[in-house]
Design a protein around this ligand. Sequence first.
Ligand code: SF4
Ligand code: SF4
Length: 188
Amino acid sequence: MEERKKKLVKQIKIDADKCHGCRACEAVCSAFHSDPKYGTINPERARIRVHFDPLRNMFVPVFAGPYTASECMGRDRYIIDGKEYDECLFCRASCPSREIFKEPDSGLPLKCDMCENEPPLDEPRCVEVCLVDALTYEEREEEGEEEERPEELDMGLEALIDKFGLDKVMDTVLRISSSKKEQGRGLK
Ligand code: SF4
Ligand code: SF4
């Protein structure tokens, strides 16, 4: 009998009631993804952001999800347990209507990659540093093929093409590539 394929589903469960807004998750995420690794800390570069309003005792961690080239035509406003949440607060997308989940210098989209690493980590860094278990990590197997996930480079290029157009991006890549080749020849 043919064996059914299994895929590994990785999940971070968020219990917002336990979050007290320490923002350690943002700090460690930005450090883990800095170059060199752990070289800098800048929560603006984190792939998780904690929305907080201490006066209303409201802390909501949100993970960076897919990049989208266009913003929504309508907006959502939630009221939960009597607390009204801002528009777009629960949305995970890196989108043109707001600054969140964009690399601050380049504006390129950021997306949570579950802390991909070689060798793999036991659990993502943000989960590791969350001492109150507002974030917990789970893995499970499901039937089905592994989906091919777009590389970070693909997502960045797509955003550049949406912003500047394909021709301009291609021209720039060709110009930089020939200048690098010239520099290489000069060094020989
Ligand atoms: S580390 Fe945990 S408690 Fe601290 S802000 Fe992040 S989710 Fe909240
Ligand atoms: S799982 Fe890793 S990449 Fe995703 S938000 Fe947490 S620390 Fe950042």
